[in-house]
Design a protein around this ligand. Structure first.
Ligand SMILES: [Zn+2]
Length: 257
């Protein structure tokens, strides 16, 4: 039995989770004429390829898969994970492959040097597979420190966190907000945010794990995924992988000056 890892609940860690979003930011400002949505898949379970990426492809959309390559082919509470071959196929289908560290380590508990070595190890595995250098990264467990934001910002154009927020007018590229698409209430909240963006166009990123008929509490069902896709279509959102969204937003902000 593979148990789910729970990030630290120490008081200092909790305090830092409130402070870190305010520190070592890399803000961009933008104006959107319609909503912008980025779908992101963490780890990534194979079910997310068949029930998440494939339905997106049918809409002509592409997503971002945050790969921790030590998880290739393993089975845990999210189910079976994609293999190295699956990752190559996903990249060939035009999806973005982003970094997520090799070992899926906790950025709050790991010394920076060790963390960065693990990030490099993940990139080496992906490079050996012929996958392009990752240009964005998602913090495993969403755990991050101000120093880690700065260290990773030298290597990646965007760093995705797990704070659920619609980004209107401004985003911190060192801790990009993201709504969980986890079964039940979280998915309902993500859909509500997407619907609200029709009135107030925002950049919304979504993150998910397995998309299966019996998901863990960190996964969603195929009908929930379909409901999210429908909401995105209903608000006529532009859908882009995270790296492309950042390029788009920067172009937009440059155009204003
Ligand atoms: Zn993860």
């Amino acid at each position: 039995m593979h148990n789910a890892y729970a990030p630290s609940n120490r008081i200092m860690t909790k305090v830092m989770r409130r402070i870190t979003p305010l520190r070592n930011r890399r803000d961009i400002r933008f104006t959107l004429d319609r909503p912008l949505v980025s779908f992101t898949y963490d780890d990534c379970p194979l079910s997310a390829v068949s029930h998440g990426l494939k339905p997106m492809e049918r809409e002509g959309w592409r997503g971002t898969v945050y790969v921790a390559s030590k998880l290739f082919g393993i089975t845990n509470h999210h189910g079976l994970h994609m293999s190295a071959d699956d990752a190559v196929a996903v990249a060939r289908n035009g999806h973005e492959i982003g970094g997520h560290s090799f070992s899926h380590i906790d950025g709050n508990l790991t010394p920076i040097d060790e963390f960065m070595a693990d990030v490099a190890r993940n990139q080496n595995v992906l490079t050996d597979l012929g996958i392009a250098n990752c240009s964005t990264f998602a913090y495993p467990f969403g755990e991050v420190t101000p120093a880690l934001k700065t260290a990773l910002s030298r290597q990646f154009i965007g760093l995705r966190g797990i704070t659920p927020k619609a980004m209107t007018g401004r985003a911190d590229l060192n801790q990009i907000a993201s709504y969980p698409v986890f079964q039940g209430q979280d998915t309902t909240r993500a859909i509500a945010a997407i619907k609200a963006s029709a009135e107030r166009p925002a950049w919304i990123t979504l993150f998910m794990h397995e998309v299966s008929h019996s998901p863990s509490k960190w996964g969603c069902t195929p009908p929930e995924m379909q409901a999210v896709i429908k909401a995105v279509k209903d608000v006529n959102a532009r859908v882009l992988p995270v790296a492309d969204a950042i390029t788009f937003l920067k172009g937009g902000s440059d155009a204003q000056h």
